[in-house]
Design a protein. Structure first.
Length: 409
């Protein structure tokens, strides 16, 4: 019996628009009176789809990338059809579909798909993603590669090698071997789930791995801050002439300690954010990137000195730029040189401002909340932990207040 030729039709499923207004691109394989429908795991805006050509119109990046992936898929289907025909056995359109999906699963490995996700995220930096957030995805990638090498004795794995206990093994490695907190393990695990979700949408896996697995947040740690002795040690560090970038990181860290500005906001400060009140005092006034809350911070003399040292009148940027990764590395070096026990991170300076610089000096909680740009005072309350210094000061005020009181019974 003469067999029909294989045909592949690509079409747009306009009835299933997602939240961004894109419709999934579907496919239909017809062969020997059998038919199999499949999802290409691609989508596009309906106005870009050319029904006659089964392609996207135009030369935009979206159109070029999507069309290239569709071409690769059609080539793979054709190669699969040829391979099945050469076997000399009967097969159906569903057999072609299953072979194609199996080939796609074996072609792209886990870390390869993670790297593709990184490239997509890189395009969102400055738009929907901060440089700090993107850097954290890169660090997570390093931990995942180390885990795969440790557990699988391989540089990478296929999605077929990922079993249901993958996250359990990852948790043991993260919390026991690397001494990560539960919160940090959760960040790694969520990145794994994100890659698996993308792989499922693109047909790289037959099922959504870990779809119903919930990752516990763990105990919420109180913010850590420097005490006065540690802050003094950091301030007293001396630098050689060639240690320009290390000194810059040092000064930027002190700037956060005396202003409470987060790193992502600090590197974006411009002349328009520096204002002066009627008394001649200078303030920082800007909207925080994370919450879009307006921050008003009066500059302390220490912060004024740093600004005067780095800001040039003809420059828009108030402080020199430095990458987040370089900043983190320099902070580790500063911690070792100062001999302080608490690990220096980009956020420790912000915590220090909230506790040591403001709350311990009697600044009201509501005022600190406004300066930090918190959307709720409840967030600021986490910083209001009772330190020994604060405890003795408050108890001393209580004793002085009650010294002349008498108890009448």
């Amino acid at each position: 019996m003469q067999q029909d030729k294989m045909k592949v039709l690509l079409y747009l499923k306009k009835s299933s628009l997602d939240k961004s207004g894109q419709a999934p691109i579907m496919g239909r394989i017809t062969y020997n009176r059998t038919m199999a429908q499949f999802s290409t795991k691609l989508s596009c805006r309906p106005q870009l789809w050319n029904t006659r050509e089964s392609r996207l119109n135009g030369k935009s990046r979206e159109a070029v990338v999507t069309n290239a992936k569709l071409e690769q898929l059609l080539v793979l289907i054709q190669q699969t059809y040829q391979r099945l025909s050469e076997r000399g056995m009967d097969f159906t359109a569903s057999d072609i579909k299953e072979e194609v999906q199996g080939s796609m699963q074996s072609r792209t490995s886990f870390l390869q798909r993670y790297d593709q996700m990184l490239e997509d995220l890189r395009q969102q930096v400055g738009i929907e993603l901060t440089d700090c957030s993107f850097s954290s995805y890169q660090v997570v990638r390093t931990h995942l590669q180390a885990f795969i090498l440790h557990y699988f004795h391989s540089k990478d794995i296929s999605f077929g090698q990922i079993t249901d206990d993958f996250l359990d093994q990852l948790q043991v490695y993260s919390t026991d071997e690397c001494n990560h907190s539960q919160g940090y393990y959760r960040k790694i695990a969520l990145a794994v789930k994100k890659v698996c979700r993308l792989a499922f949408r693109e047909g790289l896996t037959n099922r959504f791995l870990f779809e119903h697995i919930k990752i516990e947040r763990g105990d919420s740690r109180l913010p850590r801050a420097l005490d006065r002795a540690s802050l003094d040690k950091i301030q007293q560090i001396h630098f050689e002439e060639y240690e320009v970038e290390l000194q810059l990181a040092h000064d930027l860290f002190l700037f956060t300690c005396y202003t409470g500005v987060s790193f992502c906001d600090m590197v974006c400060l411009r002349k328009e954010h520096l204002v002066q009140d009627d008394a001649g005092a200078r303030w920082l006034k800007f909207r925080r990137q994370k919450t879009d809350t307006l921050c008003r911070i009066k500059l302390l003399p220490q912060a004024e000195e740093i600004l005067n040292q780095y800001h040039q009148t003809n420059e828009e940027r108030l402080l020199p730029a430095i990458s987040y990764q370089a900043y983190r590395i320099h902070l580790k070096a500063l911690q070792l040189r100062a001999g302080v026990s608490i690990p220096l991170t980009a956020h420790i300076g912000r915590h220090t401002f909230a506790t040591l610089i403001t709350l311990e000096n009697g600044v009201p909680l509501e005022t600190v909340s406004k300066m930090l740009g918190h959307s709720s005072v409840q967030t600021t309350e986490r910083y209001a932990q009772v330190t020994p210094t604060k405890l003795f000061e408050e108890f001393g005020r209580f004793l002085s207040f009650t010294v002349d009181l008498t108890l009448n019974i």
